[in-house]
Design a protein around this ligand. Structure first.
Ligand SMILES: *Cc1c(COP(=O)(O)O)cnc(C)c1O
Length: 402
C-alpha cells in the first residue's frame, strides 16, 4: 500500500463520478499497426474511423524501414538534450525537410507538438507584449499562453472563434503593445473547419503582429500537395511561424516541430526550455518522419485520395440523414447533443465493429457533444460504405434518425 491512502481514495472518488456521468474514457488496446482496420484486444478486426493517420503512413513500408535503419545507425536514443550531445545528423535532415515542406527557412524538432507549442510563446514574448488566441485553439496553445503569461506577465486575450472583427478590435485595443502575437490552429480539431488565414495575415500586417499557426491537423492533409493550411489558402510561405506534429499524417509516431526563420530556430535553440532541458527526438522517429515527408513529396496522389475519401464520406453520411458540420477537411463531426449520448453511440458503433470516438464536455461545450469521424486515405470506398450503414443502424436505434 502506498504511503498516502487518502490521496488515492480521493482520486478513486472522482473516477467514480466520471463513470456515473458516463464521461469516463476507456482505453482500447490495439495489437496491430494503425491502418484502416486494426486488431483490437477482445474485439478482433475493427474499422478505425477515429485516427489521425490521415495518409495511412504509419504502416507504410518505407516509413517503417527508415525507422529500422535509423535505429541500426544511431541506436535507441540521444541520451541527452540537443545542446549537450543529443543532436544527430538525422535531426538536421529532418528539420531541413520539414522547413521545405511547410515553406519556411528553417525548423526545430521537439518530442511533441505539445512541447513545441509550450516551448514557443514564453520564449518569444515578454512583459509589455500582447498575445491573442482563437477561442477554439488546441489545449497545447492555451497552456502555452497561460505559461507565457505566468512567466513573462505579457497581456493576453481570446477572440471569438474565427471572428475577424473581434480579432481586429482586440488588437486595436492593445495597439501600444511592443510585440503582438496572433495564435491560431490551421484546422480546428473539434469542428474540422479551417482558419481564415488570408484575413488573419492581412490583419497581422495592419497591426504589425506576428502570426503563429499550429498546423497539426493540416500537415499532409490540406492543400493540393498536403503542405497545409497555407497551401490550401494560396498563401504558402507567408506565415511567420508554423508548428505541427509528426504524430498525425506525417508518419504518426510522435514528435513535433516549430518552423520559421533561421533566426527563430537559432533563438529556440538558445532559449526554448523544452529544447534546453528535455531529450531530443529519438532517431527512429526522426528517420520515420523524414521518410513520411519524402513519401508525401513524391506521392501527391495519396493526398488526392484523402481529399476524395473525405468528400465521399461527407456526402454519403449526409445522404444517410445526418447533418455533419460543414467543412473541407477529413474531420467530419456529427453533433448529437449530450455527452452521454455521444459515448453511447461510440459504444454501439464499436459493437458494430467500428471505432469512432465520442467527444463531450469539457473537450467541447455542454450540449455540443459529438461523434468525430476522421477519414483516411487508407480507407477504401467499401470501408466508408460500411461505416455509413452502421451509423444509420445505430442512429435509428438511439432515435437520431427516423
Ligand atoms: C494533436 C495536436 C497537438 C499535439 O500534438 P503532439 O505531437 O501529439 O503533442 C497539438 N496541436 C494540435 C492542434 C493538435 O491537433
Amino acid at each position: 500500500m502506498s504511503l498516502n491512502s487518502r490521496f488515492n481514495t480521493e482520486l478513486a472518488g472522482v473516477l467514480e463520478q466520471l463513470r456515473a456521468e458516463r464521461v469516463y474514457k476507456r482505453l482500447n488496446y490495439i495489437d496491430s499497426p494503425q491502418s484502416s482496420h486494426v486488431q483490437m484486444e477482445g474485439r478482433g478486426d475493427v474499422l478505425i474511423l477515429s485516427s489521425n493517420n490521415y495518409l495511412g503512413l504509419s504502416d507504410e513500408p518505407s516509413v517503417i524501414d527508415a525507422g529500422h535503419e535509423a535505429l541500426d545507425k544511431y541506436g535507441a536514443g540521444t541520451g541527452s538534450v540537443r545542446f549537450i550531445c543529443g543532436t544527430f545528423t538525422i535531426h538536421r535532415q529532418l528539420e531541413q525537410a520539414l522547413a521545405r515542406f511547410v515553406g519556411t527557412e528553417s525548423s526545430m524538432s521537439y518530442v511533441s507538438c505539445w512541447n513545441a507549442n509550450e516551448g514557443l510563446t514564453a520564449t518569444i514574448v515578454e512583459e509589455g507584449d500582447f498575445v491573442i488566441s482563437d477561442a477554439l485553439n488546441h489545449a497545447s496553445i492555451i497552456d502555452s499562453i497561460r505559461l507565457a503569461k505566468a512567466i513573462t506577465k505579457c497581456t493576453t486575450a481570446v477572440y471569438r472563434h474565427s471572428d475577424m472583427d473581434d480579432l481586429r478590435a482586440k488588437l486595436a485595443a492593445n495597439r501600444g503593445a511592443r510585440r503582438k502575437l496572433i495564435w491560431t490552429d490551421g484546422v480546428f480539431s473539434m469542428e474540422g473547419d479551417v482558419a481564415r488565414l488570408p484575413e488573419i495575415l492581412e490583419i497581422a500586417r495592419e497591426h504589425d503582429a506576428v502570426v503563429a499557426m499550429d498546423d497539426s491537423h493540416a500537415s499532409g492533409v490540406l492543400g493540393k500537395t498536403g503542405r497545409g493550411t497555407a497551401e490550401h489558402h494560396g498563401v504558402f510561405g507567408e506565415v511567420d511561424i508554423i508548428t505541427s506534429t509528426l504524430g498525425k499524417a506525417l508518419g504518426g509516431a510522435a514528435g513535433g516541430f516549430t518552423a520559421g526563420s533561421a533566426a527563430l530556430s537559432d533563438y529556440l535553440t538558445q532559449r526554448s526550455r523544452p529544447q534546453l532541458f528535455s531529450n531530443a527526438l529519438p532517431p527512429t522517429v526522426a528517420g520515420s518522419s523524414l521518410a513520411a515527408v519524402r513519401f508525401i513529396e513524391t506521392h501527391p496522389e495519396r493526398v488526392t485520395r484523402l481529399h476524395e475519401n473525405a468528400r465521399y464520406f461527407r456526402s454519403a453520411i449526409t445522404e444517410a440523414g445526418f447533418t455533419p458540420l460543414a467543412g473541407d477537411t477529413p474531420i467530419v463531426p456529427i453533433i448529437v447533443g449530450e455527452t452521454s449520448l455521444a459515448m453511447q453511440i461510440s459504444d454501439m458503433m464499436l459493437d458494430e465493429g467500428i471505432f469512432v470516438t465520442g467527444f463531450g464536455y469539457p473537450v467541447v461545450p455542454h450540449g455540443h457533444a459529438r461523434i468525430r469521424c476522421q477519414v483516411s486515405a487508407a480507407h477504401t470506398r467499401a470501408d466508408l460504405d460500411v461505416a455509413v450503414k452502421s451509423f444509420q443502424k445505430v442512429g435509428r436505434k438511439v432515435g437520431l434518425l427516423k
